[in-house]
Ligand binder design. Structure first.
Ligand SMILES: [Fe+2]
Ligand SMILES: [Fe+2]
Length: 172
């Protein structure tokens, strides 16, 4: 189902709306990080100069990504998927597996960011390595979000308002 069809569906609800909002935010952050990393790689190649402010912004974006990703996956793993599985027979195994892969990719991105901040400037190859990690994470996340929107989001159309109450206990 296309997003426009889901949004026009009579079963569309606040859980879906919030999930799409967070997915949009995650896409925006990973696209920005990927774009910054490739820009940094291109700049470094041309001038050999490293812009400190630029690197600090990459750190801030990375921190925001870590926070949003952990909170979002926590809600899906602990609240949304178990509810869908218990009440609608939803199979979350593929999405769970993808969460595991994404969580494993996060420390790799963090680790690739550290050498960029060395006082003497990034060692050879460090910027390219970071750019490769940022690209990998963006692609992996985009694939996961698309898969989730094609499966879990469609299943969420079945929720009634009492399901939403029971799921979140008034915390929404
Ligand atoms: Fe997810
Ligand atoms: Fe999600």
């Amino acid at each position: 189902m296309q997003r426009s069809e889901i949004e026009a569906h009579p079963g569309h609800n606040i859980v879906i709306a919030k999930l799409y909002d967070t997915h949009d935010r995650l896409r925006e952050i990973t696209e920005k990080l990927d774009e910054m990393a490739s820009e940094l790689a291109a700049r470094r190649e041309g001038t050999k100069a490293v812009d400190r402010g630029f690197l600090q912004m990459a750190v801030a974006i990375n921190n925001a990504l870590q926070q949003v990703m952990h909170a979002h996956h926590g809600t899906e793993d602990e609240v949304i998927f178990p509810y869908l599985t218990a009440n609608f027979g939803f199979d979350a195994s593929k999405l769970d597996e993808e969460h595991g892969e994404l969580m494993a990719a996060m420390p790799a991105l963090q680790a690739a960011l550290v050498p960029l901040l060395e006082p003497g400037g990034p060692p050879a190859g460090a910027i390219a390595a970071f750019a490769a990690e940022a690209k990998r994470l963006r692609e992996r996340l985009a694939a996961h979000l698309a898969n989730e929107e094609a499966t879990a989001v469609v299943a969420l159309l079945k929720l009634t308002s009492s399901d939403i109450q029971r799921m979140f206990g008034g915390r929404l």
